[in-house]
Design a protein around this ligand. Structure first.
Ligand code: SF4
Ligand code: SF4
Length: 478
């Protein structure tokens, strides 16, 4: 393209200068760094908003609740603290339901809108986006960065690269710290970090995260999405011809052809694509969506923004690249979401998992009681003629402090007594504490071989904190 052509085109249609950019464009297959162009647009704005949810990752662990860390995965004590709730390994079924819920949400979203999670939420694509944003602020736009990479080393290049890598490393360190503080007290961690008194495992985790973030987001970038991510492999089987994803409308765009100032455009012979390569230049994975759907597409929609801006400039309708299903592009009927059987399967599983979690959370008491009656012997006849049963109690104290409980019973036999009922029992925090309880009743009051008996343990200081368990009182054959 001659200089005059570029100039004329720039002045008139505002897009011809873009042709010059793609002459230097190189579609990457892993051997070179992709320097994607950053353009404003609807999907770019959505991406910034969704990526900002990661602030929770960086700041959430500093949240305090009743003087303690509000959300803490306390691996040392095998507890998960969520505000005033403490979840112990015994409640692990809720975690299983949560994982099921997350997996099903991912499957459902993928079947509807392909890898939209990758494009807008995934930590890899988000971190790459921030790293390349910093790169752009320091080294310039995409063409300047390409030139800088090819330029021989001098003081300017060295300075720019050093600044960029230093900032990347700071983000990598913050990422490592932000991950670690979800598992230990955040402020305690910082204290140990600055006084170099972290345990060895703390340094190892931090080091792994720093190196991992620096390499994955700074160097591997989109290659991690293409070659390392298992989700990229399995997502293909979750979609079908009704799945919407960024797609090039070939029937409208082809045959593609460049437009020039002063040259007539025969619209009957050319499609809407002016072959400006803007959709390729903005793609963070460096693919050309016009070649059809590809494994590398993370469904970010940035090519839609780029193409829409070109369509605006040349006065043609937006949507040459748009979120569309294969059926829509090929003129086949498009089903509504509720017309898909899979939608109902996903909804049913999601509701089931959600109901289980809600039930678990609302029935999560601070105390849990299990009672095992003695089997050998089932009962003992005492010297005073009463019948005595022996029970092993296990009281799980889910609070963060030791407390005393007392035992009582409802139902059972007339005139029954709990031996040493006044005695308080210590329930160690975060553990199941076992102790023995004897119940005896006059034989004359026993009219059944087996009588239902409901035990209750309650916190001595706070009787509303209690747990119950129903079992049996065994007596002689009647
Ligand atoms: S699809 Fe749009 S952005 Fe891509 S080359 Fe054609 S006109 Fe340009
Ligand atoms: S092709 Fe479009 S939607 Fe896919 S990754 Fe590239 S820019 Fe994003």
């Amino acid at each position: 393209m001659s200089e005059s052509q570029q100039k004329a085109g720039t002045e008139v249609v505002g897009v011809t200068s873009l042709y010059h950019e793609h002459e230097e464009w190189h579609v990457n297959s892993g051997e070179a760094t992709i320097h994607a162009k950053r353009m404003p647009g609807r999907f770019r704005t959505i991406k910034y908003i969704t990526e900002s949810f990661w602030l929770v990752f960086f700041l959430g662990a500093y949240l305090r609740w009743n003087g303690k860390q509000a959300i803490l995965f306390d691996i040392d004590n095998r507890q998960f603290h969520f505000f005033s709730m403490t979840i112990l390994p015994q409640d692990i079924w809720m975690l299983s339901l949560l994982l099921l819920l997350l997996a099903m949400t991912l499957f459902a979203v993928t079947s509807v809108a392909s890898r939209v999670f990758c494009g807008y939420f995934c930590f890899q694509s988000s971190w790459v986006d921030w790293f390349t944003w910093i790169e752009e602020k320091i080294e310039g736009n995409h063409t300047q960065r390409q030139k800088l990479d090819k330029a021989p080393w001098d003081m300017t290049k060295l300075r720019l690269k050093l600044i960029k890598h230093a900032i990347w490393l700071v983000i990598a360190v913050l990422t490592g710290i932000s991950f670690s503080i979800w598992f230990v007290d955040a402020f305690d961690y910082w204290h140990k970090l600055v006084t170099f008194s972290l345990p060895v495992i703390g340094w190892v985790v931090l080091f792994m995260f720093v190196v991992g973030t620096y390499i994955l987001a700074g160097f591997m970038r989109e290659q991690a999405c293409m070659w390392l991510c298992p989700y990229a492999r399995i997502q293909a089987v979750m979609g079908d011809a009704q799945t919407i994803l960024p797609a090039y409308d070939e029937s409208r765009g082809e045959p593609r052809g460049k437009i020039r100032r002063g040259q007539p455009v025969d619209e009957s012979k050319t499609g809407d694509c002016i072959d400006c390569y803007q959709c390729v230049q903005v793609c963070p994975t460096g693919i050309d969506i016009r070649q059809g759907q590809q494994l590398g597409c993370i469904t970010c929609g940035l090519c839609i923004d780029a193409c829409d801006s070109i369509m605006d400039k040349i006065g043609r309708p937006r949507g040459l690249i748009r979120y569309a299903s294969l059926d829509e592009l090929e003129g086949r009927p498009v089903k509504k979401l509720y017309q898909h059987p899979r939608t109902w399967v996903y909804v049913a599983i999601l509701l089931l998992a959600l109901s289980g979690i809600v039930y678990g959370l609302t029935h999560l008491g601070a105390l849990t009681l299990r009672v095992a009656p003695e089997r050998q012997p089932l009962f003992v006849r005492m010297s005073d003629g009463s019948i005595q049963n022996k029970y092993t109690f296990k009281v799980l104290n889910k609070t963060d402090k030791d407390l005393y409980v007392k035992v009582s019973a409802e139902g059972g036999i007339k005139d029954q007594i709990i031996v040493d009922a006044d005695q308080k029992q210590l329930a160690i925090h975060g553990k199941a504490t076992a102790f023995t309880v004897f119940v005896k009743a006059p034989e004359v009051s026993i009219h059944k071989e087996v009588t239902k008996l409901q035990f209750r343990v309650e916190n001595v200081e706070e009787p509303t904190m209690a747990a119950e368990y129903t079992t049996m009182f065994n007596g002689p054959k009647q």
